[in-house]
Design a protein around this ligand. Structure first.
Ligand code: ATP
Length: 351
């Protein structure tokens, strides 16, 4: 189902929680709704679900007005962190629940539940009760229950928040495959930016009741629209005002009428900083000179801190790179910076 949200507003008394929000979700896409606590994610989700009414604005499902459609007529499946399974029902009965409400025949229910239970890797557990399952298994039952009545929209509110880190990572891949299989339009609220980057077709970043940016994870990561977006998704060196970066040829872009632009923020992703030994002769003039002040191993890369005298930067270097020691003289080459000024954002590549 294609979703369109136009000029959506929500007031709670005097408090303007959702401010003129517009977005659309393509049919079959998995969209991550992320942002800091209190930003408005749950309020948006609740308005889409029909559990909350917008103060103004509209919601369209496949082009049809759905703003005030009752919850049960929206064809939505829910999986919430706290949306506990029915404790007194078996796995089979939990998954069958929505089908019974729809008054499906016994054979249809049996076939659909068996299909979903197998797909979720839960066969053999049909007669168990929720307390006899692990957290990961319980959430898979919750997904099976949500998907059983063939929803047109799946709303996920922090579905993996209560699950431990390792299983949670496995569930990301599992969720991606599941949505590919069912091709159901899905909105996924998460606090976890890595989770959103990994599974979502698109990310909607909300802060203070407004949308900061919507785009693919790649677009938001490589072209953050604001310093907030850059710091929320991924990690960055934040240079709060202009700091000299010798050897970055396009810094002229920060110049206007011979002066540095006011209120310039420069952000540099740690993987866009290349560290090279200082004594490589043909590189002697390239980049910025610095001294390594900290080194540690991150598992998939090395974390380095380099002090150039003017600024201190942290950089990630691939595992196969030479390992530097504290005190080493190095050259740093910066491959990309994001520049935020009062008038706009530019992304400068230095290949
Ligand atoms: P979290 O990540 O903490 O769940 P969120 O991004 O989902 O946060 P919302 O729960 O949508 O944010 O809340 C947005 C704002 O609206 C918050 O400031 C919250 O206090 C306020 N709010 C939400 N529901 C109500 C309500 N029923 N009455 C009054 N204020 C509310």
């Amino acid at each position: 189902m294609h979703i369109e949200v136009t000029n959506l507003n929500k007031h709670f008394g005097d408090f303007h929680a959702i401010k003129d929000v517009n977005f659309s979700i393509k049919e079959g896409n998995l969209v991550g709704l992320i942002g800091p606590s209190g930003g408005g994610k749950t309020s948006i989700l609740r308005m889409l679900s029909g559990l909350e009414s917008p103060t103004s604005g509209n919601i369209y499902f496949d082009g049809k007005l759905a703003t005030h459609l009752p919850v049960q007529e929206r064809g939505i499946g829910f999986v919430f962190q706290s949306y506990a399974l029915f404790k007194h029902m078996t796995v089979f009965d939990n998954v069958a629940y929505g089908l019974k409400v729809l008054k499906k025949s016994k054979t249809d229910i049996q076939d659909r539940v068996t299909y979903l239970v197998n797909l979720m890797g839960l066969s053999g557990h049909e007669r168990k009760y929720p307390h006899q399952l692990s957290g990961g298994q319980r959430q898979r039952v919750a997904f099976a229950r949500a998907l059983a009545p063939e929803p047109r929209l799946l709303l996920l509110d922090e579905p993996f928040a209560a699950i431990d880190a390792k299983i949670r990572k496995e569930l990301r891949v599992w969720l991606r495959n599941l949505i590919n299989e069912f091709k159901v339009t899905t909105l996924f609220v998460t606090h976890d930016q890595d989770e959103a980057i990994e599974v979502a077709d698109e990310i909607i970043l909300v802060q203070g009741g407004k949308i900061e940016q919507q785009g693919t994870p790649w677009e938001i990561y490589t072209k953050p629209a604001s310093s907030f977006a850059a710091s929320f998704i991924g990690e960055s060196n934040v240079l709060p005002s202009y700091a000299p970066l010798v050897g970055f040829p396009t810094l002229a872009d920060l110049h206007q009428d011979g002066k540095w632009l006011p209120h310039v923020n420069v952000l540099i992703r740690p993987e866009n900083i290349e560290v090279r030994p200082h004594n490589v002769s043909h590189l002697a003039t390239a980049g910025e000179k610095g001294k390594v002040t900290h080194v540690h191993f991150r598992g998939d890369s090395w974390y380095l801190e380099v002090d150039t005298g003017a600024i201190k930067l942290f950089a990630y270097q691939p595992v196969k790179e030479r390992i530097y020691q504290v005190g080493d003289e190095v050259n740093i080459l910066i491959h990309q910076i994001s520049v935020f000024t009062q008038t706009g954002t530019t992304w400068i590549d230095n290949q």
